[in-house]
Ligand binder design. Structure first.
Ligand code: GLU
Length: 445
């Protein structure tokens, strides 16, 4: 199957988890079918859009590992929008209307007070040439509406929501262009989807009604209607659409030490019937991606769960995946010894500091002679094999200590901590020289 998807944010700010999830699903579907994933910048609103925000979105997608295959900007495509509007106008599918915002508002209020749906009454369609001339003489400029075809029900089989059915007479003819010539979202999006041969439109369910209208626009333009997948929205851990989610973007994730793959693993699966799994690379997510596993209930996003998943993923990440973010000198062996203890990559520096020292002394008075004994034993044992095993075996025999009274003073003396990574590999990293020095220090406490 030839698949072309697009992610279409407005470059008016950075993207948040909700947008990231949409981008990811478009990317996963395209990758699954060796298709194309397009970034479309919806920047028809020239005042609110900025190059800085556009760059921010590109940077965010790059960090996430979701680079687009192509990029298009609506602000460079005004000519095809204009041409589509002219064509639809010639065919009677676009008409001029002159009501002001206040007049429209009043109409809606009257309809609502009569218990009627606030659908535009198409008064503009019955304006005579003289009335139009009078309005224009008053200085009014027209805005443009797309005339829905009321004679045919709108139907599509949504990849997530199943069969969809809309009665067009219950929808207002949408305004597609304002009096000042600026474009609203609806028609440009369809013209782009046609020109870029988009096969699948994947977006949030807040766009379902737009889709109903856009299906008629595709048909009016004589273009094939793409497939649609409208995913249920994302809610916070408290089960509501939270403000916090709207501000949670790549920057916040990076600050919290979240790996891109952890966020991807989470967002690929929440709200679906497939379990969230600690994958180290996106391939298994691509292979298993399937719209039919998506539920209709909102997807719950919980930052704490993400932090837990992040830790589980870190515990399997290979050295090469993190090497450039580790402290100088920390090698693959050190990474493998330390990673089971990490919640974030940044924590590795802390444990590396424990290896290279200096460490904080916290030895107990009553362990002094035991640590002196340990320092002597540490000189004798073979450091080539498993020094921690050899040291503790010898001290168990010579001191009679077992369990916590054997292990804790040694851990404290060697690391300055009460807990942490397994002592076997850690002792090897600390090495004979530093270990001896630390045990001797401990005996002087
Ligand atoms: N710019 C629109 C949005 O962010 C795009 C919607 C669409 O995918 O068509 O909501």
């Amino acid at each position: 199957m030839n698949v072309i998807t697009r992610f279409a944010p407005s470059p008016t700010g950075r993207i948040h988890v909700g947008n990231i999830r949409t981008a990811l699903h478009n990317w996963l579907w395209a990758r699954k079918h060796q298709g194309k994933f397009i970034l479309r910048l919806d920047d028809t609103d020239l005042e609110r859009s900025s190059e800085e925000a556009a760059q921010g979105i590109r940077d965010d997608l790059a960090w996430l590992g979701l680079p687009p295959d192509e990029e298009h900007r609506q602000s460079q495509r005004f000519a095809p929008y204009e041409a589509a509007l002219e064509r639809l106008r010639a065919e009677g599918r676009v008409y001029a209307a002159y009501e002001t915002a206040q007049e429209l508002d009043l109409k809606r209020k009257v309809q609502l007070s009569r218990g009627k749906p606030p659908v535009y009454d198409r008064a503009a369609l019955s304006l005579g040439a003289d009335e139009v001339a009078a309005l224009e003489a008053e200085g009014r400029r027209p805005h443009w509406r797309f005339r829905l075809d009321h004679d045919r029900a709108i139907e599509w089989n949504d990849l997530v929501r199943g069969p969809q059915h809309f009665d067009p007479s219950l929808l207002s003819d949408p305004v597609i262009r304002r009096e000042d010539g600026s474009w609203l979202y609806m028609l440009p999006s369809v013209v782009d989807d046609v020109d870029l041969d988009i096969t699948h439109v994947v977006r949030g369910e807040d766009h379902v009604t737009n889709t109903a209208i856009q299906v008629q626009m595709f048909e009016a333009l004589g273009a094939p209607v793409p497939a649609f997948a409208h995913e249920a929205l994302l809610v916070g851990s408290e089960g509501k659409l939270s403000k916090r989610l709207g501000s949670l973007g790549v920057e916040a994730m990076r600050d919290a030490g979240i790996e891109p793959i952890a966020l991807i693993a989470k967002l690929a699966r929440i709200g679906t019937s497939q379990p969230v799994e600690p994958v180290a690379a996106p391939e298994p997510l691509i292979e298993s991606f399937d719209f039919s596993s998506f539920g209709r209930a909102p997807a719950r996003f919980d930052m704490e769960e993400l932090a837990g998943l992040n830790a589980r993923i870190l515990h399997q990440l290979p050295f090469q995946a993190v090497a450039d973010r580790l402290p100088p000198g920390m090698d693959g062996e050190a990474w493998e010894a330390i990673r089971p203890n990490l919640a974030t990559v940044a924590d590795a520096a802390d444990w590396w500091h424990v290896v290279v020292g200096p460490i904080e002394r916290r030895d107990a008075e009553e362990d002094r002679s035991f640590l002196a004994q340990a320092a002597e034993a540490a000189e004798r044992i073979d450091w080539g094999g498993n020094p921690w095993g050899a040291l503790t075996a010898e001290l168990k025999r010579s001191s009679g200590r077992t369990g916590k009274s054997l292990f804790l003073p040694l851990r404290r003396a060697l690391t300055g901590r009460d807990s942490g990574p397994e002592m076997g590999p850690l002792t090897l990293l600390i090495g004979k020289e530093r270990a001896l020095e630390r045990l001797r220090e401990g005996s002087k406490a």
